[in-house]
Design a protein around this ligand. Structure first.
Ligand SMILES: [Zn+2]
Length: 453
């Protein structure tokens, strides 16, 4: 039995003081409030939260950070001096083309270590870079998936590998260029490969499997049916990019005569095990379909800002019944506190009013609801029986000093995370990653290897 004694801890939806969390194996055995620090207990100074769930990640996009804002595409071609979503996508494909399993392992391990330093104890990796250059199969067709699983283990965090079906370059279009690396040829082939992977994840492992439809741009409707049936038969989380850009809605309306949300509803793809990522450009009918089905919505505000996607209707979705979750997606920023408060702050800009989401709702998105969306319903809470995942934020830094602990989510940043415990084991101590060491150096080397710097 290990004891962690918290100066303050987030229990339920509020702050409790002087809390002892007793851990047996990877679970919380008991929680005692208002007690003195016992001998032998590890002191966690500051505010201790449940581990944070990063609901949507493309690990390799981290190599684009700070490199896509000048509007230069591959080969130095300029795009009017300003980047767009589509020039960003060109650079993203260039990075994808430089990856093999070894480079992907090194990059993802560094990225997941950055996440750990930011308090992320569980990541949902939306993975579609399955195959080699030109679409050639590796000797193990799941080599890239194994690289990601090993990377999460190397960084000491949980992972839900959301194995993503990606078959088309647009509605009715063939895969081209780097996209060939994403494709399995058919949803049936995709399912066979994922089945082989699922056997490699033993029970009790810190890795779980989920599945994803990349988007209705990239998966024809009959193949969506195959993925939905696969997920339902195995009770796996199902994620899908939804209405991130207006162009996606226009393509769907032109091809199918309905919005992407309506098309997904029609295929049985919505429900409490499903998560729609972004859900930015929705009709009122779309919002009602998502909410009534209990489909979670993963908001990625810092990426949506970076790519000029827009601000999604978060209050309307929450009111309709959709649990909200958070993702750092392209990793322009890795800071779940920033993602959380952005849900409220961006809505203030959109509506001209304050007071849509308080700290309890924002932290629920970052913890319990985020974990549930990734297939970890037993994580994201500090209570007996839950997985022993704890994140401690210092309350004496230049950013957090003087703040009310109950409102720390509006002040803290990733840089204020001091301690991270995953499955009862300390992964970050005093702001240092115990397994990876110099995370900045690991990132610099891994990014240079794929981005040619
Ligand atoms: Zn995404």
């Amino acid at each position: 039995m290990t004891g962690y004694w918290c100066e303050a801890a987030w229990l339920g939806d509020q702050v409790a003081e002087r809390v002892l969390v007793e851990v047996a194996g990877d679970r919380i055995a008991a929680v005692h409030r208002g007690v003195s620090q016992p001998d032998g207990a590890v002191r966690l100074a500051g505010l201790t939260l449940p581990g944070l769930a990063n609901g949507h990640s493309h690990a390799f996009h981290r190599a684009l950070r700070g490199r896509t804002h000048g509007g230069h595409g591959p080969g130095g071609r300029t795009h009017g001096g300003r980047g767009t979503f589509w020039t960003w996508r060109e650079l993203m494909y260039q990075v994808a083309d430089g990856l093999d399993p070894d480079r992907y392992f090194a990059l993802a391990r560094a990225v997941y270590a950055e996440m750990a330093l930011a308090g992320v104890s569980c990541v949902g990796e939306f993975h579609h870079l399955h195959h080699g250059p030109g679409g050639t199969r590796y000797a193990d067709p799941n080599a890239m998936s194994h690289a990601l699983l090993a990377a999460a283990a190397g960084a000491g965090i949980r992972i839900t590998l959301l194995d993503t079906c990606y078959l088309a370059g647009g509605v009715g279009a063939e895969l081209s260029g780097v996209q060939r690396r994403f494709g399995d040829g058919s949803a049936v082939s995709w399912a066979e490969r994922v089945d082989a992977l699922s056997g490699a994840l033993p029970a009790g492992s810190p890795a779980r499997l989920g599945v994803a439809v990349h988007s209705l741009r990239a998966v024809p409707l009959p193949d969506v049916d195959t993925v939905v049936a696969f997920a339902a038969a195995r009770r796996l989380p199902l994620h899908v990019h939804l209405s991130e850009q207006p162009a996606e809605n226009e393509a769907c309306l032109a091809a199918y005569g309905c919005t992407p949300t309506a098309a997904l509803a029609d295929r049985g793809a919505l429900g409490t095990d499903s998560t729609a990522v972004h859900a930015t450009h929705l009709t009122s009918v779309d919002i009602a379909l998502l909410g009534a089905s209990g489909t979670a919505v993963c908001l990625c505000p810092t990426t949506e800002r970076d790519l000029a996607d827009g601000i999604g209707p978060a209050p309307e979705l929450a009111a309709a019944g959709s649990p909200l979750t958070l993702g750092s997606d392209s990793h322009a920023v890795v800071d779940l506190f920033e993602e959380a408060r952005a849900v409220e702050l961006d809505e203030r800009l959109r509506s001209g009013r304050r007071g849509h989401f308080g700290a309890p709702a924002l932290l629920r998105a970052a913890t319990a609801d985020g974990h549930r969306s990734l297939g970890w319903p037993e994580a994201g809470r500090i209570e007996p029986g839950a997985l022993a995942d704890l994140v401690t934020v210092a309350l004496d830094t230049p950013r957090t000093a003087g703040t009310d602990p109950a409102q720390a989510v509006f002040a803290a940043t990733a840089a204020d995370v001091r301690q991270v415990v995953v499955g009862g084991r300390q992964v970050v101590r005093d702001g240092a990653h115990l397994q990876v060491g110099d995370v900045g150096a690991a990132l610099a080397a891994a990014v240079a290897a794929v981005a040619g710097r």
